[in-house]
Design a binder for this molecule. Structure first.
Ligand code: F0G
Length: 464
């Protein structure tokens, strides 16, 4: 008997599921009432009332048996715990940075960094600042400047690295505002607010060169560094034979530090860190850490959280995992494209971003087309997504409103949580909404806070 083996390029979930959570199904009538009670804001829904929860890929992943094992055997000492040293050595091994300051999540690292280095009148360029990053920059009186390449603002334009920064604009900004008014240059990997799009190694290198020639620190917002490394491996010449961890090493070698939310490519439910090389800056940041987070060998984390991250960072860099991760997001993207739906292309790493401006031309940007589609997905199929459009970004520091550059609905995929049949269901819900797109109406904001308004604003449909 001469048998042939099954093809080796098949991509299936590279894990078995040994612990499950129930999903509760609701009717459309129930969801209508629930959404109205939540002020038409999906952030205010109860998770138990959601069928497929794609609000975020942050802290929502499933942990491995190895991570749980580490958690059970953690060291919870206040100072100098074994768990801290394991965490520190994993971060140092992957990033190469000398100082590692644990924080309870990414925004705490941002708070510490920007409070320490930014002041009123400063400008902080990035490809695109994530909303919490922007809020921390602005909270310290500085300006958060987005310098992503033009292709990064055009959902349908295909480009392998739409997260790249426009380096001519960066040079121009340094000339215009002066290097003394730029305390740090940031690059967000992958560019979450711009569609989960990667940044090329060439661009990381170019930004680093400019930063170094002007003596400006260069920091990476590293939340999805492993996914970005995979895109470099598969899309950038010269990296196809490199391991994701080798690519990550090279990325970090061009930077002076990073902020990290370990809730993404740390594969943990909570945690983060600030890592950097400069001794004086590290000392200042540690002082603030003690005030706002905790003693520097635990920051905002329990010992077991640090264990989960120490193991998770390596799992996120596993080739089999990354291949499945990026392919499963593209699988959803392909289904929507085949149905004629405009999404940010190519499909991003952690999420599919639907172009609501293109889908709903009848809704004015300041009547929030992406918000309208997000709510329709919940009403139709109990799917919770998130608006990345004018509700999130439209409010200006002076209180006025300006349409965001894109109106996107993000379907963020939690890590190792949903199976292919969940994703098939989800695609059907989105297509069902698309087929009824002419019925969708805009929204108005009834009440909202002064910052980060999308988290808690109350809205009302315009046809009510
Ligand atoms: N930077 C980026 C690029 C992010 O995507 C996030 C969080 C943060 C910083 C802040 O990290 O949540 O740990 O404080 N993004 C989540 C999201 C919330 O849904 O995209 P955090």
């Amino acid at each position: 008997m001469e048998l042939k083996g099954f093809k080796t390029d098949t991509i299936i979930e590279p894990f078995r599921i040994r612990s499950v959570e129930p999903i509760r199904f609701t009717t459309m009538e129930q969801r209508k009432a629930l959404l109205s009670e939540a002020g038409y804001n999906p952030f205010l829904l109860k998770a138990k009332d959601v069928v497929i929860d794609l609000l975020t890929d942050s802290g929502t992943g499933a942990m491995s048996a190895k991570q749980w094992a580490g958690m059970i055997s953690s060291d919870e000492s206040y100072a100098g715990s074994e768990s801290f040293y394991r965490f520190e050595s994993a971060v140092q091994d992957i990033t190469g940075f000398k100082h590692v300051i644990p924080t309870h999540q990414g925004r705490a690292a941002e708070n510490i960094l920007f409070t320490t280095i930014a002041k009123k009148g400063d400008v902080i360029p990035s490809n695109t600042h994530f909303d919490t990053t922007r809020a921390h920059v602005e909270h310290n009186g500085a300006e958060a400047l987005d310098l992503v390449i033009d292709e990064g603002r055009q959902p349908l334009t295909i480009h392998p690295f739409k997260g790249n920064m426009n380096v001519e604009k960066l040079e121009g900004t340094i000339k215009r505002v002066g290097q003394d008014n730029i305390p740090v240059i940031m690059l967000t990997l992958t560019n979450n607010s711009g569609g989960g799009q990667p940044v090329s190694m060439e661009n990381v290198k170019a930004v680093s060169k400019i930063a170094r020639s002007h003596d400006i620190p260069f920091f990476i917002d590293a939340c999805r560094f492993a996914e970005n490394s995979w895109f470099i491996k598969t899309r950038e010449e010269g990296y196809e034979d490199k391991k994701p961890i080798e690519i990550a090493h090279e990325i970090f070698s061009y930077a002076d530090g990073c902020t990290m939310s370990a809730k993404k490519d740390g594969m943990a439910n909570i945690g983060g860190f600030l890592a950097l090389n400069n001794d004086k800056l590290a000392q200042d940041c540690r002082s603030l850490t003690i005030l706002t987070e905790g003693f520097p060998t635990y920051g905002g984390m329990a010992g077991y959280d640090m264990e989960a991250v120490a193991t998770g960072l390596y799992e996120a860099l596993d080739e089999g995992y990354l291949k499945y991760r990026i392919r499963s997001t593209a699988y959803l993207g392909d289904k929507l494209i085949d149905a004629g739906i405009s999404i940010v292309q190519p499909t991003g790493g952690h999420a599919v971003y639907i172009d609501a401006k293109e889908m709903l031309p009848q809704i004015d940007p300041l009547e929030y087309p992406a918000w309208s589609l997000t709510n329709a997905l919940y009403l139709i199929g109990g799917v919770r997504a998130v608006e990345i459009g004018s509700v999130m970004f439209g409010l200006q520091p002076d209180g006025s409103e300006k349409p965001a550059s894109m109106e996107l609905v993000r379907l963020a995929i939690p890590r190792r949580v949903y199976t292919q049949s969940h994703i098939d269901y989800l695609a059907e819900v989105v297509i069902h909404a698309y087929n009824q797109r002419n019925e969708l109406k805009g929204y108005k904001i009834i009440s909202s806070p002064a910052v980060l308004r999308h988290f808690s604003a109350k809205l009302q449909p315009l046809d009510q």
